[in-house]
Design a protein around this ligand. Sequence first.
Ligand SMILES: [Zn+2]
Length: 474
Amino acid sequence: MTTGTGRGEIEETELSELIELLRALIRIKSVNPPGDETLAARYLEQVLTGEGLRPTVVEPSPGRGSIVCRVHGDGSGGDPLLLLSHLDVVPAEPAGWSHDPFGGDLADGYVWGRGALDMKSMVAMEVQIMRRLARAASEAGRNPASDPIPGLRRDVIFCSAADEEAGGWHGANWLVNEHPEWLRAAGALNEAGGISMTYGGVRFYPIQVAEKGFVVYKLHVKGRWGHGSVPTPDNAAVLAAQIVVRLAEPGPARLTDAIGVSLARAIPHLTVRAAGAIRGLISGPHGLTAPEPGAIEAALHDLCDPVMARTISAMIHDTVSVGIVRAGVKYNVIPGVAEIEIDCRTLPGTDEPAMREELRRRVGEELWVRIEVECEQIGPSVSAPLDGPLYPLLEQVLRDHDAEAVPLPFLAPFATDAKHLARIGVPTYGFSPLKTGRDDGLLQLMHGDDERVSVEALRFGLPVLWDAVTRFCA
Ligand SMILES: [Zn+2]
């Protein structure tokens, strides 16, 4: 590409433009529920139309808008690249914030507000990429909406969808079902990766290549109704309590490809002590040693802060989280039934029957026979190739922009819209590049109080994303 400001830099005027775009998006309160993403989609429609592009806003149900916009390459480079994002954010309780969560304040070197990290900063960077491409066409006397962008060999698609925070049913899921041709691509760049995390003085950039699946179960516990004056062991509330305690015990750890590669690549950059501890846990390509129950948790807590330790633990276990426990009608009536709703997150390689078997193992036969299992929701895990054309390029771009970068593949313990794109064969990578400072505390800020992104992180991010897009497509 001949356009842009060149690798590694962004002019102040463009940085301001990017920041104003992000602030405007934060001020549009697209909190899900209820969503109201149409407001954000319409705003972006205006921005992109102003650049001569022809975006499409769809609204499958009232208020739940998504936007799609395509620029064209000359077609000689293969299938398109998809810049994916979501327009909705989770709720924010202003009481815990030092800035209005929907004010989009620019203060102390940060843009503050819900969505600053998850993920309106990436939405803004993606739109800025589309602006750059459109301007390159305009400057060459071409129509950005219909003519090939100078130097571009693949199409670039921008899609910012509704409803990701509640499963994507009104957004990416609907788009994939109704307009798969809009989104078919050689690969997609999405949230949750390419953001630096400093550990032991080393700047790691985890790039999401896989994400866990989920299974939601409702367990119906069968006891026997009775009079509270004569307690019995058949009290469904007591049985449920015993079951809940057993479900909460972590199961066996397992290394998936992404985490196995990641740990092996991280070892040379760790302190002797941390590297030794990790090596001690890795027994082979497919497993982790667990000399005694809880040994892995203990090692992780020894090596990392508690949030990081819990996050890594979730990346190597099929997890069970108890969300709802329900029993009883009156204090003096022994409940004959109880319900437990659980959120299971499955590693690649664990399907629903395997997860159910793991529940049975944890609960034990004598209690398992008291349970009727109802499966309420299933979402499969997804994995994108590490050896494909896109992943190595993403690592290289990060190294080119940050000489100290240590990019690593990672498995997200949560689900994103990648699961919908996987159904039409689009491999999705979490790559919303930001270089963060020591105190940016990312894991706590996403969905937490005082969510914010630094101006410096954005200054780094846009040229990285631009290079990733243009090297893959030009
Ligand atoms: Zn998100």
